[in-house]
Write a protein that binds this ligand. Structure first.
Ligand code: GLU
Length: 493
């Protein structure tokens, strides 16, 4: 059987990184098995539909380089790939199911159901519409044929007929087999009164019709698996395989990672921005390669200590046995570390062509872009760090007063004059000459370097001093040395 997997998001807002991780694992599984990766948009719940979400999902997949083989945009032989365009299909299949005796019409009003619920809950019991009590409700099983015909003129839903006292056994490729007694389940609604299918029904029908061989989705859907199995069985269909991916947990404490965690600690939980106030990983300076690599680590490993992979490597190494059962803790610093590695490994020529990078370099002459980027490349954990790392070159700065205080009694003026003299001479052996001079005159190397750095950068951190000097060029370097000499003179007098 050909491997066919699907990523089936609901367009109810931006894609959470947990959703993107599900997409990634589906994609990798498809590539590894030389199968087909499908995007199916599950938009049957019109009350939760959010305009722009589908485009967002599509754009995110493209940014990550995970182009669906089949989907609303890519097309394919099993479409339409938007559930809202498949209403006629669901109608045909629900009628088939009723004919087979696997489902029935139910006519109870919301008020009637609420009343029954209240009575049951008063006794601290959970309300369930099931084999035990369905004959006391208004449905096509309890009413006569005539009554049913009449009732069908009004509103109705269609429910799955779950037989009581059976054991359903469901198998998850990651977690193994679980057995559930059907008495624990209820007669779930499959078709709503507006003629739209519920998630459960549409999902099963589509997975069957789209010939999905393995359903890979988040762990939150595991409790629905027995119900899905019953729908397959009611149709007489074989089930696909199932894999439920571990939850992505908060950075600390209990529970699932949420947008609130990100807002609280200042990290993104969406891959791309959503509105102006919610930046995504992309806007926070992440490379898509890093996003993918980090997401792959959230619940999977290749059995070694290796944590850095390209998409191609992941495509060939991915395996179900490497997926963990337990939740995967989100760690933003780790994500930044992965991004740092990707930036370091990337070709600078390519990096400076990226829109975000171009924007940050736009204040500098184009001929220096490559050198400037290379100067600070090793220090970047996000592409956005570039602006800060380069700020010393363009902006006026304040000197670090604490350093000045320490240098004040160490003859900084004569040191600075010597540096100035050598820079003036265009000395190609600047570093060596200054070192030799310092040694001869018993000036500690630390003092020499600190004076020079303070002059050029205003503080003691930053990239290699002599490279900075080169990049600033003779004129600007001399000016900055002069500025510091003047500043110290002013302070000391
Ligand atoms: N539409 C569901 C979601 O957004 C998909 C669940 C599934 O993959 O079956 O989570």
């Amino acid at each position: 059987m050909k491997t066919r997997v699907r990523f089936a998001p609901s367009p109810t807002g931006p894609l959470h990184i947990g959703g993107l991780r599900t997409a990634l694992f589906n994609y990798l599984f498809a590539r590894k098995e030389e199968g087909i990766f499908i995007l199916r948009v599950e938009d049957t719940d019109q009350s939760r539909y959010v305009t722009g979400s589908e485009n967002y999902i599509q754009e995110t997949l493209e940014w990550c380089g995970m182009i669906p083989d089949e989907g609303p945009k890519s097309g394919g032989n099993y479409g339409p790939y938007r559930q809202s365009e498949r209403k006629a299909i669901y109608k045909e299949y629900i009628e088939k199911l009723i004919e087979r005796g696997g489902a029935y019409y139910a006519f109870d009003s919301n008020e009637e159901l609420a009343e029954s619920r209240a009575t049951i809950e008063k006794d601290k019991q959970t309300f369930k519409y099931s084999a035990k009590n369905r004959m006391s409700f208004k449905n096509s099983l309890s009413l006569t044929e005539e009554e049913t015909k009449l009732a069908l003129k009004g509103d109705y839903v269609i429910r799955l007929k779950v037989e009581s006292g059976n054991m359903v056994s469901v198998h998850d490729e990651i977690r193994g087999t679980v057995r559930v007694n059907t008495d624990e389940l209820d007669d779930k609604i499959l078709m709503k009164s507006d003629g739209m299918p519920t998630y459960h029904f549409a999902n099963v029908v589509d997975d069957y019709l789209m010939k999905i061989s393995c359903v890979i989705r988040g762990e939150e859907w595991l409790p629905s698996l027995p119900l899905h199995k019953l729908i397959y069985t009611a149709f007489g269909w074989e089930t696909p395989k199932f894999m439920h991916l571990p939850l992505i947990l908060k950075p600390s404490g209990k529970g699932k990672l949420s947008k609130r965690d990100g807002d609280k600690d200042g990290f993104p939980v969406f891959p791309l921005s959503w509105g102006e106030d919610t930046p995504g990983f992309r806007e926070m300076g992440f490379m898509p390669e890093a996003m993918i690599n980090y997401l792959a680590l959230l619940g999977w490993n290749d059995g070694t200590e290796n944590e850095l992979f390209t998409l191609e490597e992941l495509e060939s190494k991915f395996s179900v046995s490497g997926i963990q059962k337990g939740g995967a803790r989100f760690d933003y610093e780790k994500a930044r570390w992965v991004n740092h590695q990707k930036i370091t490994q990337a070709n600078t020529d390519d990096l400076i062509q990226m829109d975000t990078v171009k924007k940050m370099l736009s204040d500098f002459p184009k001929k220096n872009h490559l050198a400037l980027f290379n100067l600070v490349k090793e220090r970047l954990f996000s592409l956005n760090d570039l602006r800060g790392e380069l700020s010393f070159i363009q902006s006026p700065y304040a000197y670090d007063e604490k350093v000045l205080e320490k240098l004040k009694d160490k003859g900084p003026i004569s040191v600075l004059n010597k540096i100035k003299e050598e820079v003036e001479k265009d000395n190609e052996q600047l570093k060596e000459s200054l070192m030799a001079w310092a040694k001869e005159n018993s000036v500690p190397i630390g003092t020499l370097m600190q004076c020079f750095r303070l002059a050029l950068v205003g503080k003691l951190t930053g990239p290699d001093l002599f490279e900075i000097c080169n990049l600033l060029g003779k004129e600007l370097s001399l000016k900055r040395i002069d500025d510091l000499i003047k500043y110290i003179n002013l302070k000391l007098t």
